[in-house]
Design a protein around this ligand. Structure first.
Ligand SMILES: [Zn+2]
Length: 226
């Protein structure tokens, strides 16, 4: 896997204008908290204020990085009722396995307060002006990590993707960012990750959807009237 963190840093230092990012790089950049950490470091190094550095970095990446640290609004998400969401998903490479995947997702996203419905292989109603919904893709490559591309509206899954990871990626489709926290370790000179094991956007195998995730989504999406 390419070290995009390193590429971004070198690129920033050398002030290069046209870094070549592939789909996966961009997906990682837009969900990845290390970039927030990198920006803080660069702010210190350059003596400029955080927003200036963020602007420069965003221009350099040619991506909507500025939105990436909160919930990213996704127009294919429909808040059908106060406590109910609907997501239109194209099953793509998983055609025929909709009910199995549906079970994984709805079990995860049905909580005391809220629920999420999946509608498969239909586009959202015309009034939401959505041309294309997110599609599940399968790539037969070992050792790759699942990711969501917002540009291509694609959820990419791999042979070693765990079922809990599918829910995590659906969290990204809803607009939730990754929530594991990198911190620089002086003794080993590397970033170490600190995770919240209760939070599925931080640790997907043990974590669950938390009340604050729903709060964030409720702040982002309005109830749609039919
Ligand atoms: Zn993630």
């Amino acid at each position: 896997m390419r070290n995009i963190f390193r590429i971004a840093y070198d690129c920033y230092i050398q002030n290069c204008r046209n870094p070549t990012w592939n789909t996966k790089d961009l997906a990682l950049i837009s969900h990845y908290l290390p970039y927030q950490e990198l920006l803080k470091k660069l702010t210190k190094l350059s003596g400029q204020d955080y927003d200036t550095v963020l602007d420069q970095f965003a221009e350099l990446l040619g991506s909507d990085i500025k939105e990436s640290f909160g919930v990213k609004y996704n127009q294919t998400v429909v808040r059908t009722k106060k406590n109910e969401y609907t997501l239109y998903i194209n099953s793509g490479d998983f055609l025929g396995f909709e009910s199995e995947i549906d079970m994984i997702i709805t079990r995860h996203f049905t909580t005391d307060t809220h629920k999420l419905n999946i509608i498969w292989n239909q586009t959202p109603p015309v009034q939401f002006l959505v041309e294309k919904n997110y599609t599940l893709k399968f790539f037969n490559e070992i050792g790759e990590r699942a990711f969501v591309s917002r540009n291509e509206r694609m959820v990419s899954l791999f042979p070693n993707t765990r079922t809990s990871t599918i829910s995590h990626e659906i969290g990204h489709v809803l607009g939730l960012p990754d929530q594991y926290y990198p911190a620089w370790d002086q003794t080993t000179c590397e970033y170490k990750y600190y995770t919240d094991f209760a939070n599925f956007m931080s640790a997907n195998s043990s974590g669950v959807m938390l009340p604050r995730h729903w709060e964030l989504l409720d702040e982002t999406y309005r109830v749609q009237k039919n």
